[in-house]
Ligand binder design. Structure first.
Ligand code: BGC
Length: 743
């Protein structure tokens, strides 16, 4: 740090006292309308203050030991706010009460000591519950949650998250991820809502709509869609490596989730950190200006991802130096740089304005958006953490919901009459790498970026072993510590324990990872785990394989060894109990795969493939069994010949629970466009709904569509193409044909 900083800070503190009249002016917002308030404030700001508003700094830059712990170094904080005019911070982790103190201190410096008293905008990655609050309730990660096909559960996830986050003064959540999960090697696959654009969009929308300040909270809450665009399908599968996605595919598949979210009110957007079609996204005018602001009419705040302007130079070699990269990013349309640990961005922007390479008007455009966001969030009136809703953080009610989310999301992929295995059916041998782990159930982005060991997980949380012992009784469960199948002693122990059991439950999958830390060379499940499944099968006892993983690791050699397979993904704090209740039959599984489970590492094709492509997955998109059976009947459509593309049409179908236990059926409605000049996918999801059915019960479901919407597809510049022809609406076993003839 500059040796003169303490002196500068003292002078600034004195000066800031003198300028309190300005602050009062800035804060006196009730007398004007928002636009006028923002303009007046903008008019008082120096160039440096404006650039400060465009800068987001990691809290680790101002903490005592440079870590994410909630212990502030006040000198560094004052330097960040009073010298560099920083307007936004992100990311730290700790106890709820410490968060309140920490943010109160930061806001106090901003509103009471800075010249204009502009409050800070504080961001956090609460991507599966309040995962950076020690007492926070850890919910399933998005991939797992999306397998519920239940937007109500996503809504509950958002409500729990905001209620455990907002009172701490964390108003900006970097969620939801709207990237398409269609490259299973990509290490952030589990952060997506799966491979289908509609599912990703509707789940994202449910999240945004429910991520609202609950009544009585003084300031608002805002979500951030990420990562615009094309982040999730890098050619190598590795994080932040180049994606080559034809414009046609961008328009048809990658853009729709973002469009749904923007139309639903998404106000901030984080850019993809990688390269798309040869350009670093952060400096791509095509992405920010043309697609996001132009085509999608997005008028909110555009934020870079972490240190991305530096990455243009250091990682992508997309500019000779950071000054040039900053210029390109500003030209492209970036409003705020997640600069993190350095203030260079500010120097570069200042130089560019002073050199006349960037006009101050351009800076004003971004600052206006940022100030308006702060205004709309109520931060000028209520900059400090409210401390409200603290009692709910990690409450029993929230834990119960977390378990229900996991129960509604876990997918039964295979069942040769092995499950359910009710209490009293016999003894269970429980083993595999995750059988007694909390870390694996909660995954990464849990208290720390990479997750934490069991010793730091909530004491009250149950592992699968805890939950099974609680439910079946200790005497019914034999635990097998994970071991090496090549070790004869372990093999003997396994064989001997298996002899005494009636069922083997084996956990398999992956240890937690975040971002590039999860890069892999081979999608196959590791050999050791595959061999363990082989050993289990050799025992002759029925085997249940539970998959706890962030992406579909190829398990094809192990699949025949298991009589039942459950995909649990990363189910969160209720995962152990949810799995136990499904295994026992107390809960009837109702999840369906929101992605394709590949059979091999090289054949990676989504369900919406082209007619000329093969689709031979191990388990297809939408796969998922139940302990009951359902039938579909009486399909009906209002129009079989459509000539007015704007007149709403209705599809009706009756779904019946034909079995003996209650269940929840996921009804998926697909459209098949029989031909198209730009060849059409074999089918594409156009609606989904989850319906509760008692044994023997039937329900009539109705879906409304605008033919022009579902029958058309975008061309490569996003213009809808509507062609005459035949379309099939497919749901369950039913197919209805509709013809469109233009008037
Ligand atoms: C991730 C973002 C995240 C940001 C802030 C980045 O590394 O890509 O998803 O929001 O960090 O923590």
């Amino acid at each position: 740090m500059n040796k003169n900083i303490p002196l500068i800070l003292t002078v600034l503190t004195v000066l800031s006292g003198i300028s309190c009249r300005n602050r009062r002016d800035a804060g006196d917002r009730k007398q004007t309308d928002p636009g006028a308030f923002v303009e007046r404030l903008l008019g008082q700001m120096t160039l440096e203050e404006k650039i400060g508003q465009m800068t987001q700094i990691c809290f680790s830059t101002v903490t005592a030991d440079g870590s994410k712990k909630l212990v502030m170094d006040e000198d560094k904080l004052r330097e960040a706010i009073l010298v560099h005019h920083t307007g936004s911070f992100l990311s730290a982790s700790g106890r709820a009460a410490d968060w309140v103190d920490f943010i109160t201190l930061a806001q106090r410096v901003a509103v009471e000591e800075s010249r204009l008293g502009i409050p800070l905008l504080i961001g956090i990655d609460h991507v599966h519950g309040a995962n950076y609050v020690d007492e926070g309730t850890i919910l399933p990660h998005n991939l797992t949650l999306s397998c519920s096909f239940d937007t109500a559960l996503v809504g509950t996830a958002a409500r729990i998250t905001v209620s455990e986050t907002l009172g701490l003064g964390l108003v900006w959540n970097f969620a939801p991820v709207l990237d398409l999960g269609r490259n299973p090697a990509w290490p952030r696959f589990y952060e997506t809502f799966g491979e289908d654009p509609l599912c990703c969009g509707e789940m994202g929308l449910a999240y945004i709509r429910n991520y609202r300040a609950p009544g009585g909270t003084p300031y608002g809450a805002v979500t951030c869609g990420k990562h615009f665009i094309g982040y999730s399908d890098p050619k190598t599968g590795r994080d932040r490596t180049p994606a080559w996605i034809p414009e046609q595919a961008l328009q048809e598949y990658f853009i729709p989730p973002f469009r749904i979210a923007i139309e639903g009110g998404m106000r901030t957007m984080m850019l993809n950190s990688g390269e798309l079609n040869g350009e670093p996204v952060v400096t791509s005018g095509y992405v920010s200006d043309h697609l996001l602001r132009g085509q999608l009419d997005f008028d909110g705040v555009v934020l870079t991802d972490i240190k991305d302007i530096s990455k243009v130079v250091e990682m992508h070699a997309g500019a000779p130096d950071e000054l040039e990269a900053t210029k390109l990013a500003l030209e492209a349309g970036v409003d705020m740089s997640m600069a993190c640990n350095a203030y260079d961005f500010q120097d570069y922007v200042k130089t560019l304005v002073e050199n006349g390479e960037v006009r101050e008007k351009r800076i004003d455009r971004s600052v206006r958006r940022i100030l308006r966001l702060k205004y709309d969030l109520g931060l000028f009136d209520h900059p400090f953490p409210s401390g409200l809703m603290m009692d709910g953080i990690g409450s029993a009610e929230h834990w119960q919901s977390a378990e229900e989310m996991a129960s509604g999301s876990i997918v039964l992929l295979k069942n040769e009459g092995i499950l359910p295995f009710p209490k009293g059916s016999g003894k269970i041998l429980l083993g595999g790498f995750a059988a007694d782990s909390k870390t694996i159930l909660n995954g990464a982005w849990t208290y720390q970026w990479m997750g934490v060991p069991d010793s730091l997980q909530p004491a009250a949380m149950m592992t699968l072993l805890d939950a099974m012992e609680e439910y079946y009784g200790k005497e019914a469960i034999t635990f097998l510590t994970d071991g090496d199948p090549a070790d004869p002693v372990f093999r003997e122990e396994f064989a001997q324990k298996a002899r005494d059991c009636d069922l083997i439950v084996l956990t398999a999958g992956e240890m937690p990872y975040s971002e590039f830390k999860g890069d892999i060379d081979d999608l196959s499940l590791d050999d050791r785990q595959l061999e363990l499944a082989g050993m289990a099968a050799e025992s002759g006892k029925p085997v249940v394989l539970i998959l706890l993983e962030g992406r579909p690791r190829v398990i094809t050699p192990a699949e025949p060894m298991a009589g039942a397979i459950l995909f649990a993904g990363i189910p969160g704090c209720g995962g152990g109990r949810a799995l136990t209740r499904i295994i026992s039959g107390e809960v009837n599984p109702s999840g369906r795969l929101s992605f394709t489970y590949p059979a091999s590492t090289n054949h990676l094709v989504p369900y919406y493939h082209k007619a000329s492509e093969q689709y031979n997955p191990l388990f297809p998109f939408g796969a998922g069994l139940s302990y009951t059976t359902y039938s579909y009947s009486d399909p009906e459509i209002t129009d079989t010949l459509v000539s007015d593309p704007s007149a709403s049409m209705k599809l009706g179908v009756t779904v019946t629970n034909t079995g003996t236990v209650a269940g929840k059926e996921v009804v998926l409605v697909y459209l098949r466009d029989r031909s198209g000049k730009i060849t059409r996918p074999v089918k594409k999801l156009i609606a989904f709904r989850k319906v509760d059915l008692a044994p023997g019960e039937s329900k009539r479901l109705e879906f409304r569509f605008i033919p022009g919407d579902i029958f058309s597809y975008p061309d490569r510049i996003g213009v809808p193409v509507l062609e005459e022809g035949w379309f099939d609406l497919i749901t369950g076993t039913e197919i209805l044909a509709v013809r469109y003839v233009a008037r």
